[in-house]
Design a protein around this ligand. Structure first.
Ligand SMILES: Cc1ncc(COP(=O)(O)O)c(C=O)c1O
Length: 409
């Protein structure tokens, strides 16, 4: 049936969607379009958060290609798997994430569409368990964190943790802000490689956060999206493991999209640890019913590749070697930036793909317009977008703006 929009009836019926207000476009996606349209050969893209190799590409990893060939050869059905996704994938991944701490009857894990899906599923579970829970999120953070929890119906609260002047952790400010947290509230924590700041809590600070959660009845929700891209697979999981050892109840949203380079294939997992096996059983049933209404079943392809890689000794060694090269590239660029000027020295000790520069909106626009240097509107740079050869050009363009920022203070 077609509706005649010029009919008098159409004119008097209110448009039920007219109440929607237009939403601002995603700033980073806008940046991709601007960068693409820029004809300057020396342009530098530090905006989008994907790994780039020496030639500026985000290639499919060799281990992933090999797993893909094997999957195509051996897969004999594409029938539904179920809301939990590929159970062997989640089990193999749990060993990478939790090490020897992986297998106990209070821990339940399911496959999700990326880390985003894991965060949303966890948020829905928390909201179903306790609508009054508030989610404490450090400022700055990945811009999607706030909306994910808010859309699940949870109130979000901000806390300080980062000093932009020294580009380091301000732990005292964080503890001061968290004094307002109530029992049952949720504390969102980046497991490693903080996005966007690159800063990490020390081991003692992690321990203090675990103690705070235990003493105040807060639920830690760890977001681990970059395991292996900071200090290595084991070191990058250390804080997560400590939190899960120290507290009866904890959640983990995991992404394989960066460390396996599977971005568009949407590969992630959610783990929930409960205080008893009985609670874990009802948690699992709730997670599965929520997943069923959100996406029914997660996409299989990428998770099947991760399973194939992790279950095969040779492919796994190849993946780890490739991940080591990615990490070494990022950390090498961090060293090069820090060595280029003392004002960038903090970048060497930071980890992951990102760092935050204390730049004004004007400075960020000038760098883009005059030098073809693209970065996120908050001054976040993707270190992997650089090359040892472009570091000097970048730093030269940057320094006057860092001087101006310093003078403005
Ligand atoms: C901190 C953080 N968490 C979660 C995600 C989501 O990852 P995915 O692409 O797997 O949904 C990202 C992606 O940029 C991120 O930076």
């Amino acid at each position: 049936m077609t509706i005649d929009l010029s009919s008098p009836l159409a004119a008097i019926l209110p448009d039920p969607l007219a109440s929607l207000t237009a939403q601002p476009a995603d700033a980073l996606l806008g940046l991709i379009a601007l960068h693409r349209a820029d004809p300057r050969p020396g342009k530098i893209d530090l905006g989008v958060g994907v790994f780039r190799d020496d030639s500026g590409r985000t290639p499919v990893m060799h281990s992933v290609k090999a797993a893909e060939a094997r999957l195509i050869d051996t897969q004999d059905s594409k029938s539904y798997l179920g809301a939990e996704g590929d159970v062997a994938y989640t089990e193999a991944l749990a060993a990478v994430v939790f090490g020897g701490h992986a297998s106990h009857d209070r821990l339940t894990g399911v496959q999700t569409p990326g880390g985003t899906g894991a965060l949303r599923l966890g948020a829905e579970l928390l909201a179903r368990a306790n609508r009054a829970a508030r989610v404490w999120i450090g400022t700055p953070t990945w811009p999607n964190h706030g909306p994910i929890f808010a859309e699940a119906g949870l109130e979000t609260r901000s806390h300080r943790f980062f000093d932009p002047i020294t580009a380091s952790i301000d732990f005292a400010a964080m503890i001061e802000d968290l004094a307002e947290a109530r029992a049952g509230d949720v504390l969102l924590l980046h497991g490693c490689c903080h996005n966007p700041t690159g800063v990490s809590f020390s081991r003692d600070q992690w321990r203090a956060l675990a103690d705070l959660c235990a003493a105040r009845g807060l639920i830690p929700f760890v977001d681990l999206a970059y395991q292996g891209l900071g200090d290595g697979l084991t070191d990058d999981a250390a804080a997560t493991r400590m939190i899960f050892d120290a507290l009866p109840t904890a959640l983990l949203a995991y992404s394989c999209d960066k460390n396996f380079g599977l971005y568009r294939d949407r590969v992630g997992a959610l783990w929930v640890q409960s205080s008893s096996a009985a609670t874990a059983g009802s948690v699992r049933s709730n997670v599965l019913t929520l997943a069923r209404s959100l996406w029914s079943m997660p996409p299989d392809h990428g998770a099947a590749l991760v399973r194939i890689i992790l279950e095969d000794e040779t492919l796994r060694a190849q993946w780890e070697a490739e991940l080591n090269v990615m990490r070494a590239r990022i950390n090498g660029l961090r060293q090069a930036l820090a060595a280029a000027d003392s004002r960038l020295s903090t970048i060497a000790a930071q980890r992951g793909m990102f760092a935050m520069l204390p730049l004004s909106t004007n400075a960020i626009a000038t760098l883009r317009e005059d030098h073809g240097i693209y970065m996120a509107p908050n001054g976040r740079i993707n270190i992997a977008g650089l090359h040892t050869e472009t570091v000097p050009t970048f730093v030269q363009a940057l320094l006057p703006h860092l001087d101006a920022a310093e003078e403005a203070r």
